[in-house]
Design a protein around this ligand. Structure first.
Ligand SMILES: [Zn+2]
Length: 146
């Protein structure tokens, strides 16, 4: 898994009020179904853990999604828009609601409710946890520390 992706997974855990760092493992619950999920402290997913973009990346730049985008600062990778979800829930949302687009009333309603749930679990991430460790920044494709 790419270092940039692992950084986003760590950021999702660090800014999730339900996530607990237990030794080398983050433990939290799926944003959709509340199944137990684990993430290694370095950002490597364990089992079915995956990165959920609450407001789908494809919705960014769409006028119908303007109100939703404003709540996450207009950036798909804003930590408010990131959550941990099981692969199954993530794919189900992607192939049903996300694919319909923000102009679909039901899709917009589902994503709005999910964002409410995400923001209810928000906490300010600890800077040292959110930041990529030095070993990853040196391999970052941009050549710059995040
Ligand atoms: Zn789930």
């Amino acid at each position: 898994m790419r270092a940039s992706q692992k950084r986003l997974l760590r950021l999702a855990a660090a800014s999730d009020a339900e996530a607990r760092l237990d030794g080398e493992l983050w433990r939290t619950r799926c944003l959709h179904c509340r199944a137990h999920l684990e993430l290694r402290a370095d950002g490597e997913p364990v089992g079915a853990t995956s990165l959920e973009h609450v407001v789908p990346q494809a919705w960014f730049g769409r006028r119908e999604a303007a109100a939703l985008l404003a709540r996450v600062g207009g950036d798909p990778d804003d930590p408010r828009n990131l959550a941990l979800a099981c692969t199954g829930c993530n794919q189900a949302k992607g192939t049903t609601h996300d694919a319909r687009g923000p102009g679909d009333a039901r899709a917009a309603e589902v994503v709005t409710q999910l964002l409410e749930r995400r923001l209810a679990r928000w906490r300010e991430p600890d800077a040292p946890i959110a930041r990529a460790p030095a070993t990853y920044t040196s391999r970052d494709s941009t050549g710059f520390a995040p």
